[in-house]
Design a protein around this ligand. Sequence first.
Ligand SMILES: C[C@](O)(CO)[C@H](O)COP(=O)(O)OP(=O)(O)OC[C@H]1O[C@@H](n2ccc(N)nc2=O)[C@H](O)[C@@H]1O
Ligand SMILES: Nc1ncnc2c1ncn2[C@@H]1O[C@H](COP(=O)(O)OP(=O)(O)OP(=O)(O)O)[C@@H](O)[C@H]1O
Length: 307
Amino acid sequence: MIGGATARVPAKINLHLGVGPLRDDGFHELATLFCALGMYDDVTVRPADALSVTVTGDNRRAVPADASNLAAKAVIALGERIGREPNVTIAIDKHIPVAGGMAGGSADAAGALVAAARLWRVDLPRTELLDIAATLGSDVPFSLTGGTALGTGRGEQLLPVLHRGEFHWVLAVSGIGLSTPDVYRELDRLRADGDRPTDALTARPDDLMVAIASGDVHTVAPLLHNDLQPAALSLQPLLRRTLRAGREAGALAGIVSGSGPTCAFLCADLDAAVRVAAELSGSGVAKAVRTASGPVAGARLVPVDGH
Ligand SMILES: C[C@](O)(CO)[C@H](O)COP(=O)(O)OP(=O)(O)OC[C@H]1O[C@@H](n2ccc(N)nc2=O)[C@H](O)[C@@H]1O
Ligand SMILES: Nc1ncnc2c1ncn2[C@@H]1O[C@H](COP(=O)(O)OP(=O)(O)OP(=O)(O)O)[C@@H](O)[C@H]1O
């Protein structure tokens, strides 16, 4: 048996997030355009006497180091599928914001699946790995595939989308996380006071997909959209100030990333992103400010502990 395997997994943002009505199973029907960004967690899986989890990295705080960690659940689920005890130690090097709307836990689950499959030398068909991923969370299949993809159903059904060129983003990370179920619940509450959700909300974002295929960042910027943004702003009103500060700093557009509270700002090019990030850092509206470009590939094996 090999000594260990490491998978590197990107964060995601949603370039479009259309949220339909609440389904009977407690999930909302979605039409979303995922994009994987070059901000990564590394997940290393090694043989051990029993299952354990360790977490290092600048975002290690608030990540559970026990069996409730999504990476541990992933290894258990894969072990059950192939009839193997999950006797491994999982080491997560955490750089994706926690509870930030960038699919950090999902990334670790996807990384654990890829690394454990390598460690155990199982060669599952891609569709089977994606099936296991979907049982762990709606964002986990996308963390496996990466790139740019249209997500439907509860976000787990994926179709690759053509994305020409590389886009440059600035991420403003909030000091206080938001719980994904809370944000969906808040959206339902806001909608109960207004118009009822319709099927139109989950229409495919064709104009945005054409713009992304063209690679023209200026056409893409005004088409970015997130139905969860009003709910995230309702729960964290200070995010309005963050969004305003990013636009004033020169970003082409800013949106809340997924369920938030991270705000994602699209910039004209890499130089503009560096300038916007510097100005946002000085403005004090975010706990941390980062730049990242995308799209990038999904979970992939790298040399163990390699950087
Ligand atoms: C906001 C997004 O990040 C956008 O990509 C995702 O929709 C959230 O995906 P996730 O964190 O993987 O969420 P899951 O672990 O599958 O679900 C957590 C909870 O979020 C809510 N949820 C999630 C996905 C969805 N399509 N509808 C929902 O209402 C449900 O309350 C669910 O119990
Ligand atoms: N490996 C993990 N990394 C981070 N959080 C985890 C992990 N495993 C379990 N959690 C729990 O999940 C909660 C949500 O964290 P996560 O970082 O996945 O949120 P998120 O990025 O907003 O999710 P998403 O964008 O997929 O909705 C955390 O508060 C934490 O308690």
